[in-house]
Ligand binder design. Structure first.
Ligand code: ADP
Ligand code: ASP
Ligand code: MG
Length: 403
């Protein structure tokens, strides 16, 4: 008997019709003779609504209480889905994250799964029950509820598949696979038949939220057979898997990430150790710095610019203000109205023409680039947020329409 792990996202269970639709699809897989474990997200925009509710009461609520609140969204959908399956007449049980054995570290709001104690899950499967598990949540060492970060139900599903050694992990969402760009932005984006773990990890980390980046990281680590499909049709989806041996350079996708803030320290003294001073302060706060640009010194001064996630901007500005005795910047500028636009594909670095083509596409679209970063597998540029969608379309046209 095969074990199939499925995950249904918020849009797939947003109302009673969709819940019944998902229930029927699960039962179909079960009736075909498979054991089925399902991870589910909160219905529709529930998580956003809960965050708004919290803000109405306390703008600075503790992360512990936020997790207590947010975890309720998934608890609603697992129970409703289990009721729908009961109605069809199959044995089913819903389990919260902790009932399903999800143990995490202590980082409220962005916890990492440390292990899954699978006894309960296996017991229920032995009784031939369909097991419905709340995605996005677990408990820490103190038995406090934690959540895995926005979009984290994908990671719950992959973790279940890894822990239970499932034959396949199917992520069902509102698109029928991974596309060369977000189909909401690029109307003629194309569906990818398959994609490597590394490429998908890069796409997900650079803004393609169709999969939570940690889910891809975990799928790679445990070699999980991962597929992205639609919950609304039976189209063939996208397979995420290990890389093919011979692979020619191919741009696989274009992404956009609006969650970027840029900070510029202008007129910093052009002496050794300045970058070290600044970035060690930031890393001590566990804040990740992404793109970095340092100008050439002139008149003994230089400018250093870098980007962080928007949520970290205030903390970084405060750090700089508190330490400006040692940093000694003449001026500090910042902006949230920027986006990072990236192309992803294995073997990028060995092909000089790729960057040129990307810059040409932006030039032709009259879009200005404010920072650039390259790696083996991606090229990212920073542009004005209001130009970002146009940039994605222009770059997509330049690279991906010809295939
Ligand atoms: P779910 O609620 O099922 O988890 P998400 O909204 O998190 O769904 O993810 C699905 C969405 O991801 C799609 O509706 C699509 O707009 C977006 N998306 C972004 N980039 C891509 C891409 N490259 N391919 C497919 N979908 C993408
Ligand atoms: N409900 C959570 C969120 O909206 C987790 C998820 O959907 O994956 O982020
Ligand atoms: Mg999602």
């Amino acid at each position: 008997m095969k074990l199939v792990v499925q995950k249904y996202g918020g849009s797939s269970v947003k109302d009673k019709e969709r819940v019944m639709n998902v229930a029927r699809r699960i039962v179909e897989t079960y009736d075909a003779g498979n054991n089925v474990v399902v991870a589910v997200s909160a219905q529709g925009d529930t998580t956003d609504e809960l965050i708004e509710k919290a803000k109405e009461i306390n703008e600075n609520a503790s992360k512990r209480e936020m997790d207590m609140l947010l975890s309720t969204g998934e608890q609603i959908s697992i129970s409703l889905l289990a009721m729908a399956i009961e109605k069809i007449g199959r044995p089913v049980i819903s389990l919260t994250g902790w009932q399903a054995g999800f143990k995490t570290d202590k980082t409220f709001g962005n916890a990492r799964i440390s292990r899954i104690d699978t006894e309960r899950l296996k017991d229920e499967l032995d009784k031939r029950k369909i097991v419905i598990v709340a995605g996005f949540q677990g408990i820490n060492k103190n038995d406090d509820i934690t959540t895995l970060g926005r979009g984290g139900s994908d990671t719950s599903a992959v973790a279940l598949a890894a822990a239970l050694n499932a034959d396949v992990c199917e992520i069902y969402t509102d698109v029928d696979g991974v596309y060369t760009a977000d189909p909401r932005i690029v109307k003629n984006a194309k569906k990818l038949k398959d994609i490597s773990y590394d490429e998908m990890l890069e796409l997900a980390s650079l803004g393609a939220n169709v999969l939570h980046n940690r889910s891809v990281e975990m799928a790679k680590k445990y070699n999980v057979n991962l597929a992205v499909k639609s919950s609304l049709n039976k189209n063939e989806g996208t397979i995420v898997k290990g890389a093919n041996k011979v692979e020619k350079m191919l741009v696989r996708g274009v992404t956009r990430d609006n969650d970027v803030a840029r900070i510029s320290l202008c007129g910093v003294e052009d002496t050794p150790g300045k970058a070290f001073t600044i970035f060690s302060l930031i890393s001590k706060e566990n804040i990740g710095v992404d793109l970095i640009l340092q100008s050439i010194g002139r008149d003994g001064k230089k400018d250093i610019s870098f980007t962080v996630k928007e949520e970290d901007l205030d903390t970084v500005l405060k750090l700089i203000e508190e330490n400006n005795d040692t940093i000694c910047a003449d001026d500090v500028k910042f902006s949230k109205d920027i986006s990072k636009v990236s192309i992803v594909g294995a073997g990028m670095v060995t092909n000089a023409g790729v960057a040129t083509k990307m810059f040409e596409a932006l030039y032709n679209a009259h879009i200005n680039i404010s920072m650039i970063a390259t790696s083996e597998i991606k090229i990212s540029v920073l542009v004005d947020q209001k130009e970002a969608e146009r940039a994605v379309v222009a770059i997509h046209d330049a690279f991906l329409l010809e295939n």
